[in-house]
Design a protein around this ligand. Structure first.
Ligand SMILES: C[S@@+](CC[C@H](N)C(=O)[O-])C[C@H]1O[C@@H](n2cnc3c(N)ncnc32)[C@H](O)[C@@H]1O
Length: 291
């Protein structure tokens, strides 16, 4: 294990022992210190995701003009909400997160950078707590599996579902099914082993070597990853009655470097029933609608 990965691991294990009220604010500070991506990178990366979203919406005949949107997992900056508002011209975006990562100064900087890059004036609401523009509401410290869902015509998530427990994913979708049965749901999922971002020697599927109990000991609520494979996600959606309107993903190409690395991982028996394509399926983009 790399030194960086080991240090992060130990730190998260210590934070995990603290009560949530103490652990989460320290985690926020630590993440802030270690964040090396600048705002331009973040804007471009989310812009790419928005273009992906537009493509999926077009393929699925979904129009978001004037619609109300819920985002699961706000992260650090309201980037997807800005794209939905200023490019998709939606009416409202409500964005929920377990943590509170937004802050007034960072959002003031984003407002300026977003205006400069896209030539769109971004005006924050008078006296708003986070400098957000009208129509964007932030619900931090909120678990979307536990709160009632207000009216929404589209639910969106970007790089979130892999960090929610299988039971949490089921509960969320049960809520959507009951409370917003007409809504379209679009998820961008990144199911690879995130430790491989830090340790380049690791395969994107390295974590599939562990049993469930071994994996539990290797991570905490701060870096939780469910390890669900593509067929498992699809099974959860199908069981709840969701139809997959559109699905795309990228599997490792045979004999590529990624594939060769994957083949060195001794798969735990829980994963041996899946094909190589299913196990390595990454960048999963899926559009759901109740039948
Ligand atoms: C990897 S981040 C992605 C954030 C953002 N969507 C982005 O693309 O940068 C995942 C976020 O989902 C949030 N999250 C995970 N489970 C959640 C839940 N049940 N309800 C609300 N937010 C959740 C986490 O707190 C975290 O901020």
């Amino acid at each position: 294990m790399s030194v960086k990965l080991k240090a992060k691991n130990i730190l998260f294990q210590i934070l995990n022992m603290l009560p949530e009220k103490v652990g989460y604010p320290i985690y926020h500070k630590v993440q802030e210190w270690f964040d090396t991506n600048n705002i331009h990178y973040k804007i471009n990366s989310s812009h790419n995701s928005y273009l992906t979203f537009e493509r999926l919406a077009k393929e699925s005949n979904i129009s978001i003009l004037g619609k109300s949107v819920i985002e699961i997992g706000s992260g650090w900056l309201p980037l997807m909400p800005y794209f939905f508002k200023y490019m998709g011209k939606v009416s409202t975006v409500e964005t929920y997160d377990l943590n509170q990562h937004y802050n007034k100064n960072n959002i003031a900087t984003l407002n300026q950078e977003f205006s400069d890059k896209f030539g769109i004036p971004v005006e924050s609401e008078q006296n708003g707590k986070f400098n957000l523009p009208e129509g964007i509401k932030y619900y931090p410290k909120t678990d979307l599996t536990k709160v009632p869902i207000r009216n929404a015509e589209l639910v969106f998530s970007r790089f979130v579902l892999e960090h929610v427990s299988p039971l949490g994913i089921k509960k969320m979708h049960q809520r959507f099914k009951k409370e917003i049965p007409e809504a379209y749901i679009i998820h961008l999922i990144s199911p690879s082993d995130h430790r491989a971002y830090v340790n380049k020697n690791l395969s994107n599927q390295d974590f599939l070597r562990y049993s469930e109990s071994e994996w539990k000991k290797k991570h905490t609520r701060f870096d939780y990853h469910n390890r669900l494979r593509l067929p498992q996600y699809l099974e959860i959606f199908k069981e709840l009655g969701y139809e997959v309107l559109f699905l795309e993903f990228e599997s490792a190409i045979k004999n590529s470097e990624t594939y060769k690395k994957f083949k060195t991982v001794p798969l735990h028996k829980d994963y041996q029933k899946y094909s190589d394509d299913e196990l390595t399926a990454g960048s999963i983009n899926v559009v759901l609608k109740l039948k």
